[in-house]
Each structure stands twice: as structure tokens, then as C-alpha cells.
Design a protein around this ligand. Structure first.
Ligand code: AMP
Length: 115
């Protein structure tokens, strides 16, 4: 058994972070190192999928639920427009292998293309 991911530990209250929104199967927090005026993370509550490719193949409804919450949050925290980033693999900057979407919004610079 591998250790629970940092996001599972946040969801369980072991690491402090405010859960700013949730649905049945996904939750959202603020990124601790924001790269845009609004930088949120939307995360499935279960960590069985390591990246978005596995998530899309294994549970497309869960991916749709995640994107739905991302869209609602962009409307709530910015003007509704947003950039959705899934870093996939270490060479693309992925550091947490519990799939999560970066929601970037609120006045984006080109350099925030990478989250
Ligand atoms: P990635 O590099 O795509 O795997 O994204 C992981 C993200 O998690 C990074 O943008 C980190 O800044 C963010 N992060 C790491 N630890 C925390 C934490 N305790 N609370 C909120 N965000 C975090």
C-alpha cells in the first residue's frame, strides 16, 4: 500500500486547507502556490486515478463532474472563463499522482499556461 496522497490527507483533515467546494465525488481547494489571480485545484475524493488519461478511460462521468465543478468555481471566483490544466507525468510538471485539475482564471498571463 502506498501512502495517502497530500490531497487525500487534506480531505481527511490531516493537513490544514480549506475545502472551498465539493460535490458527491470531487472537492476543491486553493493552490498553495498560485500561478494566476485565481488558482484552484479540483480533485476526485478517491485517489485511484493517477492522471487525467487514467481518469478519462476509467470513469468519464467522474471527469465530467470534475469539469462541471471547475466551471462553477470559475463563475463564482472570476468571470466564468478559465484555463484547465492537467499536468500529466513528471516531465510535464506533475508532482502529485492523484489526478487533479488546475483551474486558472481572473486575468491570465501567457506564462501561466504551465501551472
Ligand atoms: P502538479 O504539480 O500538477 O502535480 O500540482 C500539484 C499542485 O499542488 C501544485 O501546484 C502545488 O502548489 C499544490 N499543492 C501542494 N501542496 C499543497 C497544499 N498543501 N495545499 C494546496 N495546494 C498544494
Amino acid at each position: 500500500m502506498s501512502e495517502p496522497s497530500i490531497f487525500t490527507r487534506i480531505l481527511g483533515g490531516e493537513i490544514p486547507s480549506e475545502i472551498i467546494a465539493e460535490t458527491e465525488n470531487v472537492f476543491a481547494i486553493r493552490d498553495i502556490a498560485p500561478k494566476a489571480p485565481v488558482h484552484l485545484l479540483v480533485i476526485p475524493k478517491r485517489e485511484e486515478y493517477r492522471n487525467v488519461v487514467e481518469l478519462a478511460a476509467g470513469d468519464p462521468d467522474l471527469l465530467a463532474e470534475l469539469i462541471g465543478l471547475a466551471s462553477s468555481l470559475a463563475a463564482e471566483h472570476a468571470d466564468g472563463d478559465f484555463r484547465l490544466v492537467f499536468n500529466t507525468g513528471p516531465n510535464a510538471g506533475q508532482t502529485v499522482f492523484h489526478v487533479h485539475a488546475h483551474v486558472l482564471a481572473g486575468g491570465l498571463e501567457e506564462e501561466s499556461l504551465g501551472a
